[in-house]
Ligand binder design. Structure first.
Ligand SMILES: [Mg+2]
Ligand SMILES: [Zn+2]
Length: 174
């Protein structure tokens, strides 16, 4: 079975900008490539799980999301990093009704587990919102990190709150 590094997208891979869908607005967060390389070396596969309610809200289309996604995957590949799969929830409860994929629900992680033969108990999630952590816990993950660059979050169910991606794996990081 595989172990996975699950990454939220907005606020973990790229700087959070509301309802981002344009390539020119996509700004990689410092340390994301190094983090992925580190976990790939440890044998983790990389899977993205992202809420994209901008699709339900009509701010951008599935096609526009897919164009950005393939561009992003290419940028990782250029760094030698394979993103195994990108899962997205296009829904919003008030517009498209309840769904099982929108985090904090664990649907995307459970789907990934089936599709990619992932042992969830040995997997990791990194998110910038508590709902990412809750989705991870609901899926049975034992390792959850809340990434909070602003250092404003003090309470979380995550194993650890970090303000730099480096803090996850570099004991010397300050
Ligand atoms: Mg996020
Ligand atoms: Zn959904």
């Amino acid at each position: 079975m595989n172990k996975a590094l699950f990454l939220d997208r907005d606020g973990v891979i790229n700087v959070e900008k509301d309802y981002l869908y344009k390539i020119e607005d996509f700004e990689f967060i410092d340390g994301i490539f190094e983090l992925c390389k580190y976990y790939e070396r440890l044998g983790f596969i990389i899977v993205v799980v992202t809420n994209q309610s901008g699709i339900a809200r009509g701010f951008y289309s599935e096609d526009e999301f897919e164009i950005l996604t393939s561009w992003m995957k290419d940028k990782f590949l250029q760094q030698g990093i394979l993103i195994s799969k990108v899962y997205h929830c296009p829904h919003h409860p008030k517009i498209s009704g309840a769904c099982s994929c929108r985090k904090p629900n664990p649907g995307m992680l459970l789907d990934a587990s089936k599709d990619l033969n992932i042992d969830l108990s040995k997997s990791i999630i990194i998110g910038d919102k508590e709902r990412d952590i809750e989705a991870g816990l609901a899926a049975g993950l034992n390792c959850t990190y809340l990434f909070d660059e602003s250092k404003s979050i003090t309470l979380s169910k995550a194993n650890k709150i970090i303000s730099k991606l480096k803090d996850i794996y570099d004991v010397n990081s300050k």
